[in-house]
Design a protein around this ligand. Structure first.
Ligand code: SF4
Length: 345
């Protein structure tokens, strides 16, 4: 059954935290709050475009839903209840911070049929969390994640890469610790430097260097492979471009690309093909760039995955040439599934 979210933006006005990468205060000053009366209209508008028989969740995104006053949470969720009772909507999904989860909050959310909670974990390193001024620790995130599962609510986890003090090793450690919590899904967001944030000050004073697009995409590819190998769905990689999140708008620096998810996917395919090729060519990782240069190789993939295997502007083909000295041709094969490759030398 195909899954759909009906997104409803609920900014966390008056958020008492001040994460270095966030300009929520500035953004929320410009965004009109969703009032409960609008919820029906938004749901109806989306339902008109979603195929009947799909699994649909109403998703309260945009901030820490369980941090807003409980009467406001309930007034919004109340509007979804008739749709849940009629079976048109299967449940409610929301995003929040680890320290806005406790028994009382979860008992209330269960009453309103909340089926998925996405936790903004961002990092499992206390040093990175502290440098990002998150105001919670790894232990808070782990305790919240476990409690959500105890309430039989599906767990989503969000992580960021490239925060101040973060490294590839710490990001991989974050992914490993997240996998241990057995979430249903994850989101991966490379850190962008947004206007009017503390991170912008750090960046402008030379105290913070963001990831490049390539670095962020290659790291995201490794993380995607780790999550997928553990049966965890990666539902988003990179922030969705919006009027605000765009070059020339609020993004001052960092690995912004309008199709960042595609870049990361291409890097995933590159890694799969490279591993297979290295085995086939019996080259150890250290000998990759050696002897068999200019050899022709055909990589077959499902027709749907051709552009990912090729890479943005043929980047994967160029990378094979540069790193392995191989001339690559990519061809479709209808018999191959997602992530499957066949290689002919
Ligand atoms: S990221 Fe969330 S918790 Fe942090 S300042 Fe922004 S709204 Fe508040």
């Amino acid at each position: 059954m195909k899954k759909y979210n009906i997104p409803i933006f609920v900014p966390h006005k008056g958020c008492p935290y001040d994460c270095v990468f966030c300009n929520q205060r500035r953004i929320t000053g410009h965004i009109r709050e969703t009032i409960p009366n609008e919820v029906n209209e938004i749901i109806e508008r989306h339902l008109a475009t979603i195929p009947v028989g799909s699994r649909i969740e109403v998703a309260f995104f945009g901030g820490s839903f369980t941090g807003i006053p409980i009467e406001e949470q309930n007034a919004l969720m109340e509007r979804v209840m008739p749709y849940i009772k009629s079976g048109r909507i299967s449940g409610i999904r929301l995003s929040t911070r680890p320290d806005y989860i406790n028994d009382e909050i979860l008992e209330n959310l269960k009453r309103y049929n909340v089926t998925t909670i996405e936790l903004g974990v961002q990092s499992m390193s206390d040093i990175v969390l502290c440098a990002a001024n998150r105001g919670h620790t790894r232990a808070d995130a782990e305790a919240a994640a476990r409690l959500i599962k105890e309430y039989d609510i599906a767990l989503g986890l969000q992580m960021m890469t490239g925060l101040p003090g973060d490294t590839e090793e710490l990001a991989i450690d974050t992914a490993e610790r997240m996998i241990a919590l057995k979430p249903e899904c994850v989101r991966i967001y490379p850190t962008l430097v947004i206007k009017d944030t503390y991170l912008e000050k750090l960046y402008r004073s030379g105290l913070y260097t963001p990831q490049t697009v390539d670095e962020a995409a290659r790291l995201a590819a490794k993380l995607i492979a780790m999550f997928e190998a553990s049966g965890i769905t990666v539902i988003r990689v990179g922030l969705q471009p919006t009027e605000e999140i765009n070059e020339g708008a609020s993004v001052v620096a960092g690995p912004f690309h309008p199709a960042f998810g595609e870049l990361a996917e291409s890097a995933v395919y590159y890694n799969i093909a490279k591993e297979k090729l290295c085995k086939m060519l019996a080259l150890s990782k250290r000998e990759e760039a050696c002897s068999k240069r200019d050899r022709e190789v055909i990589i077959y993939v499902s027709p749907r995955e051709i552009s990912k295997m090729t890479g943005n502007r043929r980047s994967n083909i160029d990378r094979f040439k540069d790193e392995l000295g191989l001339k690559i041709k990519i061809k479709p094969d209808n018999g191959l599934a997602y992530r499957e490759l066949r290689i002919e030398l």
